[in-house]
Design a protein around this ligand. Sequence first.
Ligand SMILES: Cc1cc2nc3c(=O)[nH]c(=O)nc-3n(C[C@H](O)[C@H](O)[C@H](O)COP(=O)(O)O)c2cc1C
Length: 195
Amino acid sequence: MPTPIKTAQPDYPILDCIAQRYSPYNFEPRPIEHDHLLRCLEAARWAASSFNEQPWRFVLVTRDHTDAWSAALACLMQANQTWAQNAGALIFTLARNTFTRNDKPNRVAIHDIGLAIGNFCAQATALGLHAHQMAGIEIETIRQTYAVSAGFEPVTAIALGYAGDTEPDDKPRSRNALSEWVFADRFGQAHPITS
Ligand SMILES: Cc1cc2nc3c(=O)[nH]c(=O)nc-3n(C[C@H](O)[C@H](O)[C@H](O)COP(=O)(O)O)c2cc1C
């Protein structure tokens, strides 16, 4: 598998499936093998969650279902539709915001959704796929299109597919240095391990 064009240049060695993940704007408009989809979903399934609540729910739509694909695209903000229309699949993520065991609010539900999506993205990258997550979604349209049950909140959408070998922006990806956000003793004071 060739090295993806936007592979990170980390300061310390990290797993390939983390370094090679990026959010493409250029997807090849082709379907994704069901086996690959299932492996990404299975990776999400094995995420940790508070009290093993597994508060995530996904709505999966594949591009080969034409009517469903148009309806799914309409659940994205216009700017995201322009590039996401070429993805192989769209996934809407939803969170159950209370615990099943006692109906109390689950303060960390969205955190746990993020863990599941992190697993999903890592597995996708390992399979040569790329995922582009979106906050730019139409919450009410999602609720209506998929008849979302009470107690569940749409969180994000994910465009999943095969990335092209160019991107509109060829700038290297960048991140804040560890010293800017790993603290010791008091908030804002860089931990000495980072210098
Ligand atoms: C929760 C979340 C929401 C995002 N929403 C959007 C979005 O609506 N539209 C978009 O083009 N990119 C979106 N992104 C992609 C980010 O812009 C991207 O992850 C960030 O610039 C870092 O780039 P990288 O993922 O290639 O490392 C989102 C990413 C995350 C994690």
